[in-house]
Design a protein around this ligand. Structure first.
Ligand code: PLP
Length: 389
């Protein structure tokens, strides 16, 4: 079978590959602590599960409108208006199976061969993959540890050309746990407005912020037509397997994305949307409890990493990832991640899986119990000691 050329341009998410390798080791009887996959280890709150079951009983088992059930789009519009302090109409909302399709659709709808897309590096690997897929040129903007893994606005300005069709931002950020400060968002918004460039604001971790609130670029002047918010239920409500996300954008772009959706997934499972409605309208205490637990684990795990000679780890301000600097170990990030898994029984990802500027770092998801994090720290310390000789 001969595959289309475009297939060779698609990248992947190494977390899923490492998970398979870790499971294979477990099948051989090895014990592995899983710090590779980016998902909350909590169960979906019970009232959301009940709403999903009830919806099945009520017959939400048919096709639904492509962009989402009207009552659900309305609830999302209200939620996003409230959390971002902006005006949102239901017509601006596109519901998708997980938030990932919004990323794919945004790039498909806005960029083509010869265009340029600016994206964070290190960053979620799917951005670069999709940009290459549509034959646009990926233009990385470096996130630097010394800036709290934020970007340099002047560098961003210098990367903008008349072929820039999209800027992708992610805050709170995967893999670094960094957050874009409001003054940077303001400056980025000014650049976007000046050049009329749409901004995809990947805010999937918007509720997982440890100090205060997460600011959104969408609230700055002139961004209403240019911003595309990506958010969803996977991380906030521990609903990764349900596949439920959404985008909020201009009505014109929402129509284009709906066209892409009707050409691919038709609609998002309607009983899942009903569960999402319960998530938005029901008690938010489970989200707060999860965040409090993540904070405890973050403080414990990051302190433990910093106690290991040879590692330093900046304090993540959002999401549930630690991104320690391994430059003193003098091994590549992927060699070190392999060693951790094979020799230490700790599954983690190489920073370089998130782009070239992630070299010199490892990514650990601390969405695991304190007990497992404690076991992982002992094993990581042993591995680092061995590698440093
Ligand atoms: N954006 C970022 C930065 C992510 O880390 C992820 C998932 O890991 C997603 C988007 C996709 O989320 P979903 O599971 O809703 O498709």
């Amino acid at each position: 079978m001969q595959f289309a050329d475009r297939m060779s341009r698609l990248g992947t998410e190494s977390a899923f590959e490492v998970l398979v390798r870790a499971r294979a080791l477990e099948a051989q009887g090895r014990d592995v602590v899983h710090l590779e996959i980016g998902e909350p280890d909590f169960d979906t709150p019970q009232h959301i599960v009940e709403a999903g079951k009830e919806a099945l009983d009520q017959g939400f088992t048919h096709y639904g409108p492509t962009a989402g059930l009207p009552e659900f789009r309305e609830a999302i519009a209200q939620y996003v208006a409230h959390t971002r302090d902006i005006a949102v109409k239901p017509e601006q909302v596109v519901v998708t199976p997980g938030a990932k399709p919004i990323m794919f659709y945004a790039v498909l709808a806005l960029a083509q061969a010869g265009d340029e897309v600016i994206y964070p590096n290190p960053g979620f690997p799917i951005y670069e993959s999709v940009i290459r897929f549509v034959e646009a040129t990926p233009v990385p903007i470096t996130l630097r540890e010394e800036r709290g893994f934020s970007l340099d606005v002047e560098e961003l300005r210098s990367l903008v050309t008349d072929r820039t069709r999209l800027i992708i931002l992610n805050s709170p950020q995967n893999p670094t746990g960094g957050i874009l400060p409001p003054e940077d968002l303001q400056a980025i918004a000014e650049i976007a407005v000046q050049h009329g460039i749409p901004v995809l604001a990947d805010e999937i971790y918007s509720r997982l912020v440890y100090d205060g609130v997460c600011h959104s670029i969408t609230a700055y002047e002139g961004m209403q037509d240019l911003a595309i918010i990506l958010d969803g239920f996977s991380k906030t409500y521990a609903m990764t397997g349900w596949r439920l996300g959404y985008g909020v954008m201009s009505e014109a772009l929402a129509k284009q994305m709906t066209l892409l959706a009707v050409n691919s997934n038709s609609c998002t499972a309607t009983f899942v949307q009903r569960a999402g409605l319960a998530a938005l309208q029901g008690p938010q205490e489970p989200v707060e409890a999860m965040l409090a637990e993540f904070r405890r684990r973050r403080d414990f795990f990051v302190a433990g990493l910093n106690d290991i000679p040879g590692l330093t780890c900046a304090m993540p301000r959002g999401a549930f990832y630690a991104f320690p600097n391994i430059s003193e170990v003098s091994r590549s990030a992927s060699e070190m991640a392999d060693f951790m898994l094979q020799e230490g029984g700790v599954a983690c990802l190489a920073g370089s899986d998130f782009g070239v500027y992630g070299e010199g770092y490892l990514r650990f998801s601390y969405a695991n119990s304190l007990e497992n994090l404690s076991r992982a720290l002992e094993r990581i310390a042993d591995c680092v000691a061995k590698l440093r000789g």
